[in-house]
Design a protein around this ligand. Structure first.
Ligand SMILES: *Cc1c(COP(=O)(O)O)cnc(C)c1O
Length: 378
């Protein structure tokens, strides 16, 4: 990568910090031929549960499987309804659909872009079995309002794929509920391939997830439920353990970098040209993404796309998370929604862009991103 390129996420810089440790760990796994499960996986599950502030961590093959498994362990079956935000990565809805359940979409808060908990409660009906708050961009949605308002037949299943290390009012995702996370390489804690985990304090739910993810087996060749294969690999566990040891420091560096963007972009925000990200009270944010919105411009995204195009042309790896809300995708057209159904999610989708953010980003790189962005705003 050239000096001038500033990636959205710098995976090479992250690898440089752990390269030796990972090489030694891979040698251990190869010597033990512990390729699926094994001691490294068990050690990672213990260490991540400790980090995440929950009693149980079950490592699985990816974050989407983790969500599906958490939903299944919460009693969600074909024909049930599951409420989730319209503005999320499509996997949140995909996990629901794979069970044969129906996603019921909910608009977001216009400031934080997190699921509006009151609307989520309004979406609950007799067929609802779960509500999925998505802890988008690295900060937790309002789970307190959900937990207090949900009827006893509805479970909270948290999508914590973007919020590793985040808390709200001191509470970690999965505490008193069940949460799913993803270790896709670009996440705050990233594997070298696909990986994910389910987090909970509920020993029974954790056991059910472990069984479902291992062909429904509760002991070798004893199968009491029909499951599938979604296990964590030993080599991925080596990577995750090495990176987990640096995650708290990495999250702190992300917070410092986000504060620096806030300061550098303050003038553009005061002039009404940009809307900076808003942190909800009580949140410890881990800044998976730093998402700004154009202060004006068409909600169809053309102006935003032009700004992203100019940034990319200058070597700044800006991205969009996500350009199309779930209800406007072809995959979920059958839900029968139209443009206008979730106005806050739609307005945000047309105006947002994500700036490069990773623990190793330098002040100089951030200044260059800001100069390019202010220039692109014209
Ligand atoms: C990454 C992500 C997922 C899916 O995780 P995979 O590991 O890619 O399957 C689900 N939800 C959200 C919000 C994500 O960001």
């Amino acid at each position: 990568m050239s000096e001038r390129q500033i990636p959205l996420v710098d995976l090479a810089a992250a690898h440089a910090e752990v390269a030796d440790e990972i090489a030694a760990g891979f040698a251990r796994v190869l010597a033990a031929t512990a390729f699926v499960g094994g001691e490294e996986v068990a050690a990672f599950e213990r260490e991540y549960a400790g980090f995440a502030g929950v009693d149980h961590c079950v490592g699985v093959a990816n974050g989407t499987d983790a969500l599906e498994l958490a939903l299944r362990a919460s009693g969600v079956r074909a024909g049930h309804e599951v409420a989730l935000p319209a503005n999320t990565f499509i996997a949140t809805a995909g996990a629901v659909a794979r069970i044969g359940a129906r996603p019921v979409l909910v608009d977001c808060d216009p400031d934080t872009l997190l699921i509006d908990p009151e609307r989520a409660l309004d979406a609950v009906g007799p067929a609802t079995r779960a509500v999925v708050p998505v802890h988008l961009y690295g900060q937790c949605a309002d789970t307190a309002v959900l937990a207090a308002g949900l009827p006893d037949w509805v479970r909270m299943v948290e999508d914590a794929a973007q919020s590793q290390g985040a808390t709200r009012d001191g509470r970690s995702p999965g505490r008193g509920s069940i949460a799913a996370t993803s270790f896709y390489p670009g996440k705050n804690l990233g594997a070298y391939g696909d990986a994910g985990a389910v987090l909970t304090d509920d020993a029974e739910a954790a056991g059910l997830v472990r069984a479902l993810a291992n062909h429904g087996g509760t002991a070798k060749y004893r199968h009491d439920v029909a499951g599938f294969n979604s296990r964590l690999d030993g080599l991925q566990a080596v990577v995750l353990r090495a990176k987990l040891a640096r995650l708290a420091a990495g999250n702190a560096a992300r917070r410092a970098a986000a504060a620096r963007y806030d300061a550098l972009l303050g003038a553009a925000a005061s002039a009404g040209r940009l809307v900076l990200p808003v942190t909800a009270p009580g949140n410890t944010h881990v800044w998976h993404l730093y998402v700004v919105r154009l202060g004006a411009g068409g909600v169809d995204g053309a102006d935003r796309d032009a700004v992203v195009g100019k940034l990319n042309a200058e070597g700044v790896g800006a991205g969009v998370h996500y350009p199309v809300p779930v209800h406007l995708t072809g995959a979920f057209a059958h839900l029968g929604h139209r443009r206008g159904d979730f106005p806050h999610a739609e307005a945000a989708a047309g105006r947002m862009l994500s700036l490069p953010l990773f623990p190793q980003i330098t002040e100089r790189q951030q200044q260059r991103v800001v100069d390019a962005l202010v220039g692109a705003l014209g």
